[in-house]
Ligand binder design. Structure first.
Ligand SMILES: Cc1cc2nc3c(=O)[nH]c(=O)nc-3n(C[C@H](O)[C@H](O)[C@H](O)COP(=O)(O)O)c2cc1C
Length: 308
């Protein structure tokens, strides 16, 4: 992985990055990649309120992939990235587009539109969110089905030579098998885990808090689930020499180091940004300090060192 830092900011937590410029002393140098908000073929309004529900150790969200659609993303968002202050502070930041869709063709069309636009060079790669329901298959989740995963990843691969990251869902029985299928169909990097299916109920109203009824849990509560899933994915991915971005619940240096030990080559930060938007620098410092204390040449020696 050719990132100048092993830390990335996760999709859905920093929009299209425009607000980062308003944060004083934002540690741009500590970031290897920024994964932007989901982009779909058509604009989406997302679900009605409430879309976020707090739990003691994380958030349940059902934002519903709100975004202005790929044409507006190219025109207003991707075109703005080179002019951002953080790009000037760290020109090596890798900008990644998170792609979502309801049909295989939607994903492929989003990538094709970006690749054939005059702004395609701003983008380093695509992260394919395969946790979306497929409307042509009764709402089955792409990433929970071997055939649908293969179809969507190979359709995306056919549209780009850039880095293709596939983001895996923990809400399935065999993440290792789906990981292997994604690699065999063209993924260069795997990313795990997406949010964990969850629900929150208000005893007063006797209703679910979220308008969609259910959502995805992120934040501290999911770290142990993420560690296991990343370790399982890494066991497959290493046999193909494919790196894994590990994420889910990382909120401090020890969490990040545990994720590297589990097999991640890079780590992603999402929900923890709402507590501390500058947390990437603290986590990077902790990884460096740990590597020094262990006598390692750098953090890459931590990757997969877990002993069972
Ligand atoms: C409000 C919110 C919006 C999100 N939007 C997206 C999205 O658009 N695409 C995507 O692939 N993941 C999305 N995610 C999932 C995150 O990228 C990430 O996988 C998840 O938050 C787990 O990491 P964390 O525990 O560090 O937050 C979203 C998560 C939250 C909480």
């Amino acid at each position: 992985m050719q990132w100048q830092s092993p830390i990335c900011l996760l999709s859905g937590h920093i929009g299209f990055a425009e607000h980062l410029d308003k944060i004083p002393f934002f540690p741009a140098q500590s970031i290897g990649a920024i994964i932007l908000k989901a982009t779909t073929l058509e604009p989406r309004n997302g679900h009605p309120a409430d879309r976020i529900s707090e739990t003691p150790l994380g958030l349940i969200n059902s934002v519903g992939l709100e975004n202005p659609g790929v044409d507006a993303v190219i025109k207003d968002k991707i075109s703005a990235l080179p002019k951002l202050k953080i790009t000037r502070k760290n020109p090596k930041i890798q900008w990644i587009i998170n792609v979502a869709g309801s049909k295989v063709q939607d994903y492929a069309d989003v990538i094709e539109k970006i690749e054939t636009s005059s702004h395609h060079q701003t983008i380093a790669g695509f992260e394919i969110n395969i946790s979306c329901p497929n409307v042509q298959h009764g709402g089955a989740i792409f990433g929970h089905d071997e055939k649908l995963s293969a179809e969507v990843v190979s359709a995306c691969r056919a549209k780009t030579d850039k880095t293709l990251i596939v983001k895996l869902s923990p809400n399935q029985t065999d993440i290792s098998r789906i990981a292997e299928i994604c690699i065999q169909n063209g993924a260069n990097i795997l990313s795990a885990i997406n949010t964990v299916a969850a629900m929150n109920i208000d005893p007063k109203t006797q209703k679910a808090y979220l308008s969609a009824g259910r959502g995805g849990l992120s934040g501290k509560a999911i770290l142990p689930i993420a560690l296991l899933n990343v370790h399982l994915v890494w066991q497959v991915a290493k046999t193909y020499n494919i790196p894994v971005i590990g994420h889910g619940g990382i909120s401090n240096g020890d969490d990040a180091i545990a994720m590297l030990l589990a097999g991640a080559s890079a780590i992603g930060i999402g929900t923890a940004l709402s507590q501390d938007i500058r947390i990437s620098q603290k986590i990077l410092n902790a990884i460096k300090k740990y590597s020094r204390a262990k006598g390692y040449k750098d953090y890459t020696e931590i990757i997969g060192k877990l002993t069972l």
